[in-house]
Design a protein around this ligand. Structure first.
Ligand code: SF4
Length: 712
């Protein structure tokens, strides 16, 4: 029996795998939920069915090379690896190292994320590496870094939420995206203290009904002014915790001044949330926070991609943190602020050097001291580590331009579906001289590759992951890889040899983990005290965990730093920072596009759907994109239930069938982003990015709707 974790989201639910004993078993292993702290043995539909992909008939098992006639033909590993190295060398000789690019993923293990950053900088010599986590956690990371000096999704164990008296949950539909999370909302619900902010009456918003709390339903893209309005009430009614602010935070006066114009009636005009609901929410938060500090139940403010995936995502996160600081919560046992990480290793994936501006351990690539520390571990001179590269959207936009990359290696990402303005991304990839994709299925991005390299799936590999709480977990192998699939660590090690890279590129996960620990030592995300054997023994270890930390693998014992900031924030003066932020409504470019579009996820599918669309049970349950639309809006557009609708704007058009539901706002439609071809929601989203995080505008676009007449 192998104890490991679900391959999909950042909840990293515990599972066990056992070899299937029945000859007619449809999967090579049987998968069960395991009693782990995040999931208590429960799994969602995606997790339960994950093993069906391990021996899926479409699994790629040998390298595939694009032929002159456009087809993909099998080749051997030696030929494939030689070809990648030859192409990289010749393009680098002609156009410089920055003509080579790497695109990573928040689904890679810590070891793969670390090795990929090192490979890009030392073996390819390029600055141009970034990853799909830019589309996921970047605004939350930028907001928490500037407020607290450190970015860890939840700065407290998830189980702390169980005791909450009140939770303000903004822009996260956990009831669909990570259902086992809902158990951690039970305390707040029982207390009548769950408040959900979402333009949709989502499955999570419905949890607030029956006196469990209440739902605020703002106009899309107005979360920032709503947060400013809530903060205004705290200040105007003298409900802010001025004692806490004086002792633990800077910037209160500037934020106070910035809130003056956000009185509830004005906020209501901008957001559509009634003024009395704004007052009620702010007063309830203040009351609950005051009770928490007197020994009552804690209070939390949590955010998700709904408010973060905007071109003002960092400022919106900042407004949420300002609210938490005004309540006097972060860095106390009375509650705090956290963001709910999305991808499986969305946390670890952003700590170990895949980001264009970071080195392992959350070190800055522009800081000479940080560069020197990492160079010492890598056994190179600091000067050979390139400087900062381009964030994901800019990197994809640069492909094929005169000074942009000519070759790209993509690992575990499917930007043809998941990046904004997707048709542009597809054209940019097509303009490359050479595209290499490492994946285990022929995803929509892999289908454009010149060379496809088949890699291992989760149940075939060893490694570590870091979940949404900053807890480091072991991923374990239960099976041999099929056919000729190989680990990415092996591929990178082979390529590094062929490219005469300096330093060592081990193919062994445990060896890479030991090196990663050393590279992170003294950094913000310090793993140097985490021992592989302790992880194997089930120790609960949260970073930072510096060398010499005593670790005990006993139930109920939390090691490392389960709760951050209790004795000070990570800024040099140990104080948090409130940052004033302003709301600028985005100008509408296309006046004929009158309906707001919100994109998001479904219970049945994960991210670009490249995996879950191949699980028969999930594909049958949600086979195609459905456009959620209010019946009155549908009527005004002459759209009937189930009718095909063309959703369009200046970037493209998408076709989906209408699902009439009173859960939608009158001015807003919802489209899931898991589907390919004419159902690709990101054909409509804009590549405009946040100035701080470079997060694109995923969650709001203006569109036109046109019913399609279908022949009977
Ligand atoms: Fe758990 Fe997420 Fe996997 Fe569902 S997808 S079983 S919530 S880890």
């Amino acid at each position: 029996m192998t104890a490991t974790h679900c391959p999909y989201c950042a909840l990293q639910c515990g599972i066990t795998l056992e070899p299937s004993t029945q000859a007619e078993a449809s999967e090579p292993v049987s998968l069960k939920g395991r009693d782990f702290e995040t999931n208590g043995g429960a799994l969602c539909r995606k997790g339960y069915s994950a093993a069906t992909l391990l021996d899926h008939p479409e699994r790629l098992q040998t390298p595939l090379l694009r032929q002159a006639d456009g087809s993909l033909a099998p080749i051997g590993w030696e030929q494939a690896l030689d070809l990648v190295a030859d192409k990289a060398r010749s393009i680098r000789a002609e156009s410089g190292a920055d003509a080579l690019a790497v695109f990573g993923s928040g689904s890679l293990t810590n070891e793969k994320a670390y090795q990929l950053g090192k490979f890009a900088r030392l073996a390819l010599g390029t600055s141009r590496i970034d990853y799909n986590g830019r589309f996921c956690m970047s605004s939350a990371a930028a907001g928490t870094n500037r407020a607290f000096g450190l970015d860890r999704g939840l700065p407290f164990p998830l189980a702390d939420l169980d005791e909450a008296g009140m939770i303000l949950l903004l822009g996260s539909n956990v009831a669909d995206t990570m259902p086992p999370f809902v158990r951690h909302l039970a305390g707040a619900r029982e207390n009548g203290g769950l408040v959900v902010v979402d333009p949709r009456r989502s499955a999570t918003a419905k949890l607030c009904e029956d006196n469990a709390g209440w739902h605020l339903q703002p106009t899309p893209a107005t979360d920032l002014p709503l947060l400013l309005g809530l903060a205004h009430v705290l200040v105007a009614e003298s409900l802010a915790d001025t004692g806490y602010l004086a002792a633990r935070a800077n910037g209160f006066d500037a934020v106070k001044a910035s809130l003056v114009s956000w009185w509830p009636e004005r906020t209501a005009q901008v957001t559509g949330v009634p003024a009395e609901q704004i007052r009620r929410t702010a007063r309830a938060l203040a009351q609950a926070a005051s009770e928490a500090k007197a020994g009552g139940k804690p209070v939390y403010i949590l955010t998700g991609r709904g408010i973060e995936q905007h071109a003002n995502g960092t400022d919106t996160v900042t407004a949420a943190i300002n609210l938490a600081l005004l309540l006097g919560l972060p860095g106390t046992m009375a509650g705090g602020y956290g963001t709910i990480t999305g991808q499986g290793n969305g946390q670890g994936g952003r700590e170990h050097g895949q980001k264009c501006d970071q080195l392992p351990g959350y070190r800055k690539i522009t800081d000479p001291e940080h560069r020197a520390q990492v160079a010492r571990v890598w056994g190179v001179e600091p000067e050979i580590i390139p400087g900062p590269g381009l964030p994901a959207v800019e990197l994809l936009e640069a492909l094929g331009t005169p000074t942009g990359p000519r070759m790209m290696m993509i690992h575990g990402a499917n930007p043809v579906i998941s990046a904004p303005d997707a048709s542009k991304v597809s054209r940019a990839l097509a303009s490359l001289d050479f595209l290499v994709v490492c994946d285990f299925f022929l995803s929509e991005t892999a289908a454009q590759a010149d060379l496809m390299l088949p890699v291992l799936q989760w149940a075939e590999e060893e490694g570590s992951m870091t979940n949404l709480e900053g807890r480091i977990l072991r991923r374990r192998a239960a099976l041999e890889a099929p056919g000729n699939a190989r680990s990415e660590l092996w591929i990178l090690s082979q390529l590094a040899q062929r490219l005469d890279a300096p330093g060592r590129f081990s193919p062994a996960p445990r060896e890479v983990f030991e090196e990663l620990k050393e590279a992170s030592a003294g950094g913000l995300a310090d793993y140097s005290g985490v021992r592989w054997d302790d992880l194997d023994a089930g120790a609960a270890i949260y970073w930072p965990c510096p060398a010499g930390t005593e670790v005990r693998a006993e139930p109920g014992i939390r090691n490392g730093t389960p709760r951050l900031f209790l004795d000070g924030f990570a800024h040099a003066d140990r104080r948090a920072v409130l940052v004033p932020v302003a709301f600028q409504p985005a100008p509408r470019k296309n006046t004929s596009a009158t309906v707001s579009l919100v994109t998001g996820r479904l219970l049945e599918h994960y991210q670009s759907g490249a995996q879950t669309r191949r699980v028969a049970e999930l594909a049958q349950a949600a086979p195609e994109p459905l456009l959620e639309i209010h019946p009155a809006t549908a009527l005004s557009h002459q759209i009937a239930q189930g009718q095909k609708v063309v959703i369009s704007n200046e970037r493209g058009e998408v076709t989906a069938r209408a699902l009439l539901t009173a859960d939608a706002r009158l001015d807003t439609v919802f489209l899931p982003f898991h589907y390919p071809g004419s159902g690709t929601a990101n054909l409509l989203t804009e590549a405009k990015v946040d100035p701080h995080s470079r997060m694109p505008e995923f969650k709001h676009a203006h569109v036109s709707l046109n019913a399609v007449e279908e022949e009977q």
